[in-house]
Design a binder for this molecule. Structure first.
Ligand code: SF4
Length: 114
């Protein structure tokens, strides 16, 4: 996910100065059209495509691993926050020993303290 954000920022950093320079050379109406198309084609569309690829590439981890149901799992980075490692379909950094339910509204300390 960080890679998608990084390259989106790079594309924004390139497109904005180019559009700013173009403003002096083309009519205002055409500039708005070119700006809108450029932003969509160069910035938005590639980011959406990369995000879809990221989701499909990590579909197995997100849908069929123990980590996907763990509160220590960061779905946006496919990262175990506890071990700072990327789980895969066949690799769990904790081997299941540190798993904690994601949707638990009651902490285990609350249960034991009464
Ligand atoms: S603590 Fe274990 S189960 Fe939870 S995300 Fe990390 S590796 Fe996966």
């Amino acid at each position: 996910m960080g890679e998608i954000i990084f390259w989106t920022i790079i594309r924004v950093a390139i497109v904005i100065p180019v559009l700013w320079i173009l403003e002096g050379y083309i009519s205002q109406q055409l500039w708005w059209l070119v700006s809108t198309l450029s932003i969509y084609v160069v910035i938005v569309h590639p980011a959406v495509i990369h995000y879809r690829l990221f989701k499909s590439k990590n579909k197995d981890v997100l849908e069929s691993t123990l980590c996907a149901t763990c509160k220590n799992f960061d779905e946006s980075a496919i990262l175990c926050l506890l071990h700072d490692k990327h789980p895969t379909k066949i690799y769990l950094p904790c081997e299941g020993f540190d798993w904690e339910p994601k949707s638990s509204s009651v902490d285990s300390e609350d249960i034991y303290s009464g």
